[in-house]
Design a protein. Structure first.
Length: 381
């Protein structure tokens, strides 16, 4: 059987990576769903049918699934995963998908709740200053209000944001800049609580553990280290390598088991100078640097579809070593934020000898297509 798989969130580069993977592994026919004709997935040679919807939530998505009736509907981003979970009973009976229970999904996307679970399990978490800031905000933000906080601190919304824009997180080194950055993040996530936490400087890297859980079985576990990201202090990786860390993986499995989280998730950490892993958050969705896992034989998308549809799947031999660079993500960030990152500082990373580039030479068009959010600002497109 060659399945028809509808890949949602076609604006994201990860959707193109999944389309290639499913085409190669399962000979899948790909129905790509994006919000513009310029969506990267809709520009890909691996997309057999392209569909444009106004957004990845609500009736638009459910109606599209009802119209095309794929064998499997695969959410890539947070918004579509939440829609599939919320509207699961509205989907046709002959369309499969895989998302956690509503409770587990919402708890997994709630960063405060996740940290509470982690604390109970003995997993290290950053010091919280949110309650101090909330009291100071309510008290008029007086001059001495932040004296009890050890800077630097890291700010982010309590809940996962649809789209996951980089503007919704920020590091603050200087107390004099705190409220300005705090207000910017609050504006990026209106109505949500802004978390203020200890900034784990340590090694300078971010560590991720991707996990696939099907019916309580941990089918795949894959870890990576982000050596460079955009923005520089928390964001999407641009230079990443495969990581072998059994302790980090054991903690991640333990946490997801406690949460009861099924499907796909990325557990993220920072590391203190003494080597202690410190939990940051859980993202119950595919991650932006998923291409590293896919190219090294950890085929989460194919494994998920094959397991749910009971298909034969010849699993590739995992490669436990390797690095990947996302050059366009790096250069695009430099172009948009020249004060934060100058082009010449990116050259050493882009030319790392042992790393491959994320570009698919057989499918260059989607990688050379500018992001949809930029193209939508041009009326003619």
């Amino acid at each position: 059987m060659s399945p028809t798989v509808m890949i949602l969130d076609g604006d994201f580069p990860t959707a193109v990576c999944l389309a290639r993977e499913l085409s190669e592994d399962l000979d899948a026919a790909i129905v790509g769903v994006g919000t513009s004709k310029a969506s990267r997935l809709l520009q890909s040679r691996y997309c057999d049918t392209g569909v444009i919807v106004p957004s990845m939530d609500g009736d638009h998505l459910v109606d599209t699934i009802e119209r095309y009736r794929p064998d499997f509907a695969m959410p890539v981003g947070y918004g579509s995963a939440k829609t599939i979970g919320d509207r699961e009973h509205d989907l046709p009976d002959d369309v499969s998908s895989w998302v956690p229970s509503r409770r587990a999904f919402l708890e997994g996307a709630d960063k405060t709740t996740v940290l509470e679970y982690a604390t109970e399990l003995g997993i290290d978490t950053p010091t919280e200053y949110t309650h101090i800031v909330n009291e100071a905000d309510a008290d008029g933000r007086r001059g001495t209000a932040l004296d009890a906080i050890d800077f630097p601190v890291f700010l982010k919304p309590r809940h996962e944001t649809v789209g996951g824009g980089h503007e919704s997180t920020g590091r603050v080194d200087d107390p004099s800049a705190f409220w300005e950055i705090y207000d910017e993040i609050q504006a990026a996530a209106p109505g949500d609580e802004v978390l203020v936490q200890e900034c784990i400087v340590g090694t300078g890297s971010t560590y991720g553990c991707g996990i696939l859980v099907i019916d309580g079985t941990f089918e795949l576990v894959f870890s990576h280290e982000e050596l460079r990201s955009v923005p520089r202090r928390g964001g999407s990786g641009t230079h990443i390598r495969v990581l072998d860390d059994p302790a980090l993986e054991a903690s991640s499995v333990q946490l997801l088991r406690e949460l009861g989280l099924e499907g796909i998730a990325l557990v993220e950490y920072r590391r203190r100078a003494d080597g202690t892993n410190v939990l940051m958050e859980v993202n119950p969705k595919f991650w932006a640097s998923y291409a590293l896992a896919s190219r090294h034989g950890y085929r989460f998308g194919s494994e998920m579809v094959a397991s749910v549809l009971d298909l034969d799947f010849e699993r590739p031999e995992p490669n436990p070593e390797g690095e990947i660079i996302f050059p366009l993500r790096e250069l695009y960030y430099c172009a948009r934020h020249p004060r934060d990152s100058r082009f010449w500082t990116s050259i050493p990373s882009l030319l790392t000898a042992d790393a491959t580039w994320s570009l698919d030479r057989a499918d260059l068009r989607p990688w050379l297509t500018p992001p949809v959010d930029l193209l939508k600002k041009v009326p003619s497109l």
